[in-house]
Design a binder for this molecule. Structure first.
Ligand code: ZN
Length: 143
């Protein structure tokens, strides 16, 4: 992006847009594993609709480098998630997930929540520690 736009800041903006998207998994993971509720798939920042909106905005604004960088980083993230996370064909459309009540089992395949937990253990161990701490705290309170 730096080479394409000539703007050095395009690099961190692209990487940031491509990585920070995953922050939206936090509420679903907490809901599912700490609160032990029906696995949820809301992740509001992951959606083809938002990429379409960002692209239209970029067009209207005359393709500013920073918005092109956001579109590329975000688009690569949603594309790779869509290809590799074994969801149903429309799983990465926000309104499709909403139509299915944001239920993981209806949007992704069986066992998706378990795979998400394994990934969490590998990639964000502090989140697993926090969930375990919460469960232990709740168990102590129940006594
Ligand atoms: Zn993601």
């Amino acid at each position: 992006m730096w080479a394409a736009t000539g703007e050095p800041w395009a690099l961190p903006v692209t990487v940031g847009a491509g990585v920070l998207v995953d922050i939206d998994h936090g509420p679903d993971l907490w809901w599912t594993f700490a609160l032990r509720r029906t696995p949820a798939a809301s992740f509001v920042l992951h959606a083809w609709e938002w990429l379409l909106g960002l692209s239209v905005l970029a067009f209207v604004l005359g393709f500013p480098w920073w918005l092109v960088a956001v579109c590329v980083g975000y688009g690569l993230h949603v594309s790779t998630d869509h290809l590799f996370n074994r969801g149903r064909p429309l799983a990465y459309f926000f309104f499709y997930r909403a139509l299915h009540g944001f239920r993981m089992a209806r949007v992704f395949t069986e066992g998706s929540a378990d795979r998400a937990y394994v990934t969490l253990e590998k990639e964000v161990p502090i989140a697993v520690w926090l969930i375990d701490w919460w469960k232990a705290r709740k168990a102590r309170k129940a006594l």
